[in-house]
Write a protein that binds this ligand. Structure first.
Ligand code: C2E
Ligand code: MG
Ligand code: MG
Ligand code: MG
Length: 284
């Protein structure tokens, strides 16, 4: 509802729009080159079991190592990758890189961990998704149970029959499936029982005030019982404090992920953290 308020107002408005669209074009051009220039990088954030206290997996999170701007966060470029369809090629790179990394860590003597990879709706709708996932596993020698794909509720509302077919195929491959940002989308609960889903991720917006807001506590409780009654694991995202961790543990949550334990880390730092935490829990 921006309105021209005389010549000047309109002039400034359209000039701003030109700046915005030319910045967008520059970014699009740079993103197109980013893959071949090897500018994408994955960071890994540990996921901790509240039952054993151990790191049991990690989520691969994409970053763009921009030649001038430094490390750019996904919120700034994933929407553009999605709009342009480039997310399919980049997503394929993410899948291969994450599987290769997990395989390499196991070969290097780290305990078996589960690698979670985010899948965009556009990627999920690709005709050759199953083939790509299979390729990534074959090429890297990773066992399917060590891969988890994170999907969002938006996938479920688009075309339920295709979603069921695709998820069943992934499930048959032996891959784990989780629902990311649970509670923020539009999924109908009846979908949950029809889909082969292993894990629900409680969105961080419900975790933030879980210790002070009874509504958030009630939502977390409901999601945890729903998940458990449907034989799913429940993980909480965005856990930043010990108080939140204790609250979630008391509510029966299975796993946590968040800054309290660790931020997403570059590969080498992640491996070091895993080695270090193995030593601290080893009996004397
Ligand atoms: P997400 O999948 O929900 O990932 C969790 C986000 O929460 C990550 O942000 C992570 O760094 C952040 N986070 C983790 N712990 C905490 C915490 O304790 N406090 C707070 N405030 N934040 C925390 P990031 O890395 O910036 O990624 C943002 C989103 O970008 C992701 O949300 C995901 O939707 C998307 N994304 C990231 N990598 C990929 C990818 O490879 N493919 C696709 N399709 N999307 C990706
Ligand atoms: Mg995720
Ligand atoms: Mg999430
Ligand atoms: Mg999110």
């Amino acid at each position: 509802h921006i309105k021209a308020q005389g010549g000047n107002g309109f002039y400034f408005y359209s000039a701003d729009m030109n700046v915005a669209s030319s910045q967008r074009l520059t970014m699009e051009t740079q993103l197109r080159r980013a893959l071949e220039r090897n500018e994408f990088v994955l960071h890994y954030q540990p996921q901790l079991s509240l039952h054993s206290g151990r790191i049991i997996g990690m989520e691969a999170l994409l970053r763009w190592q921009h030649p001038e701007r430094g490390l750019v966060s996904p919120a700034e470029f994933i929407p553009l990758l999605e709009e342009t369809g480039m997310i399919v090629a980049v997503g394929d790179w993410v899948l291969h890189t994450a599987c290769a990394q997990n395989s390499a860590w196991m070969a290097a003597g780290l305990p078996p961990l589960r690698m979670a990879v985010n899948l965009s709706a556009r990627q999920f709708r690709q005709r050759d998704l199953i083939e790509s996932v299979n390729q990534a596993l074959q090429n890297t020698g990773l066992a399917p149970e060590h891969l988890e794909l994170e999907i969002t509720e938006s996938i479920m509302i688009q075309d339920l029959q295709t979603t069921i077919t695709t998820l069943n195929q992934l499930h048959e491959l032996g891959i784990q499936i989780s629902i990311d940002d649970f509670g923020t989308g539009y999924s109908s609960l009846s979908y949950l029982k029809r889909l082969p889903i292993n894990k629900i991720k409680i969105d961080q917006s419900f975790v933030r005030d879980i210790c002070t807001d009874p509504d958030d506590e009630a939502i977390a409780n409901a999601v945890i019982s729903l998940g458990h009654n449907l034989k799913m694991q429940v993980i909480a995202e965005g856990v930043e404090t010990l108080e939140q961790l204790e609250q979630l543990r008391a509510q029966g949550c299975d796993e946590i992920q968040g800054y309290y334990f660790s931020r997403p880390l570059p590969a080498e730092a992640f491996a070091q953290l895993v080695r270090k935490s193995l030593i601290t829990v080893k009996p004397v």
